[in-house]
Ligand binder design. Structure first.
Ligand code: BG6
Length: 489
């Protein structure tokens, strides 16, 4: 029986994502011995480049995760030897046919498997899929295509994209990436819930007061304004990354850990969500701010952004899941650029202790004294549980303390980048962390009417200074549901 080989073609090889994430992730996998024995990596892009030039470009992006790791330089050289370049247009069948020829030379007699990573802008997407499908594996190997968001900008365009993709590919060949699903702590969410007795029984409206999904970045859209202005923060972060976390958080117990079983549960919970009302949403846009003698730009200072753009760079929303488990529990999302810190976390605030004997000792702020579970996805990965504890001493005073699992203190292993896990899964055909088309439809069905309303009514975002905590409207929104954001104060 002949051996198999994998050809990984990075379409859009000179782009940002390829340089920052894809090549480094492939190298990390190679370093860890996770790539198959026989593989080649081909960079495909429009610019003219030789194999040597590609290798130089790629080598600049590679790091050994822990400095001075054994054999790192040597491994890098071996890895680079397996990389080559092919220049071509994204919509040229001829150019892809030449690529096909080249791949065949590398595959020489082995079962040819082909993975295409489409790291290119949406407007050339379908053409590239059409051409790439022409260079699908012609032997008995598999062909898989990894695609990145944006998957359209609303239900209609997303459905059109799916339809076009399916002309050339089967659903099981399409690997839609949401890189948040590849993050260590997002993957751990199910482990936490389903392998510990103490959480799952509390995981419902009976004990949980509210759930908060928070994403913040301390930089603006610098350099990406052209893309961003057409999408905005709701499409960029909420409709995908935060909603995916919500689905994993709130889904029912899957039948098994198989991809289809997990995705069935995610779709169910997404389809149980109450349509989003405009009144449950606050949008914001950052304005310029001077701090410490430095002027931080407004969103609209970006030359690629229209001066009168109303595109939100911040949004907060209250969402509800109308099923038996979550009836009435607010799920609050908050996502923003150019805020005071960079962080992604899940906060679960539990209910008050009924008839609490110790209410008197807690102080006046009973809301603050409820248990809170915090799952910090990044940076500084951690899980901590806030509990009430007696302050040591002769008196009886309680304060809030943390039971703390801080990854850096507990584990010496480096946390792999999300793209490493996702690329490895795609190579191995594991679909659990990729978005199925019905999940995507459900996610768009939830957000499309809201997005249309915001755009049709030309809702003016609340302006907030670059580097601030964002619009105060987010606090009023939370207060309406008797919620206080856990990340504030
Ligand atoms: C991307 C968004 O999907 O995620 C970016 O398009 C955002 O706007 C990025 O900056 C955040 O990812 P991470 O992994 O850096 O948190």
């Amino acid at each position: 029986e002949s051996e198999s080989t994998v050809s990984i073609t990075v379409v859009g090889a000179s782009g940002d994502l390829a340089k920052k994430k894809i090549f480094p992730a492939l190298f990390a996998l190679y370093y860890e011995g996770c790539l198959p024995k026989h593989f080649t990596i081909c960079g495909y892009a429009r610019s003219k480049m030789t194999d040597a030039e590609l290798r130089t470009m790629v080598s600049k992006t590679l790091t050994c995760r822990i400095d001075q790791r054994e054999n790192c330089g040597e491994k890098m050289d071996q890895f680079l030897e397996r990389c080559f370049y092919h220049s071509g247009q994204y919509d040229s069948q001829d150019h892809f046919a030449q690529l096909d020829k080249k791949l065949k030379e590398h595959e020489a007699g082995r079962i040819p498997n082909r993975l295409f990573y489409l790291s290119i802008p949406p407007n050339i997407f379908i053409d590239a899929v059409r051409c790439a499908s022409l260079s699908a594996s012609s032997g008995n190997g598999w062909t898989r295509v990894i695609v990145e968001k944006p998957f359209g900008r609303d239900s209609e365009s997303s459905a059109a994209l799916t339809k076009a993709l399916k002309q050339y590919l089967e659903e099981d060949q399409i690997f839609r990436i949401d890189h948040y699903l590849g993050k260590e702590l997002v993957e751990n969410l199910s482990v936490l819930r389903f392998s510990n007795l103490i959480f799952e029984p509390l995981w419902s409206r009976q004990y949980i007061r509210n759930v908060q999904l928070i994403f913040s970045e301390d930089f603006g859209t610098e350099g990406r304004g052209g893309y961003f202005d057409n999408y905005g923060i709701i499409r960029d972060i909420m409709q995908n990354h935060l909603l995916q976390i919500l689905a994993l958080f709130a889904m029912e117990t899957p039948v098994s850990l198989d991809a289809e079983d997990i995705r069935n549960e995610k779709v169910k919970v997404l389809r149980s969500m109450r349509p989003l009302q405009l009144e449950n949403v606050v949008t914001g846009q950052y304005k310029s701010h001077v701090r410490g003698g430095i002027t931080y730009p407004a969103y609209t200072d970006d030359k690629t952004v229209p001066k009168d753009s109303l595109t939100p760079t911040f949004a907060a929303a209250a969402l509800f899941i109308d099923n038996a488990r979550w009836d009435g529990v607010p799920f609050l999302m908050k996502a923003g650029k150019a805020l005071h810190n960079k962080r992604a976390e899940i906060r679960v605030q539990f209910r008050h202790v009924p008839g609490n004997l110790y209410n008197r000792n807690i102080g006046t702020d009973l809301d603050r004294a409820t248990n809170e579970l915090v799952i910090r996805v990044q940076p500084d990965e951690a899980i901590f549980l806030k509990i009430n504890n007696k302050v040591p001493g002769l008196g009886m005073r309680l304060d809030r303390s943390n039971l703390n699992l801080h990854y850096a203190a507990r584990y010496s292993t480096e946390i792999p980048d999300a793209y490493e896990r996702l690329l490895l899964d795609a190579i191995e055909g594991e679909r659990r962390l990729f978005i199925r088309s019905d999940e995507l439809d459900a996610a768009w069905a939830l957000f499309t009417p809201l997005l249309k309303e915001i755009e049709e009514k030309k809702i003016i975002p609340e302006y907030y200074p670059y580097g601030s905590r964002g619009p105060v409207g987010a606090h009023y929104l939370a207060a309406r549901y008797k919620v206080r954001w856990g990340d504030v104060g």
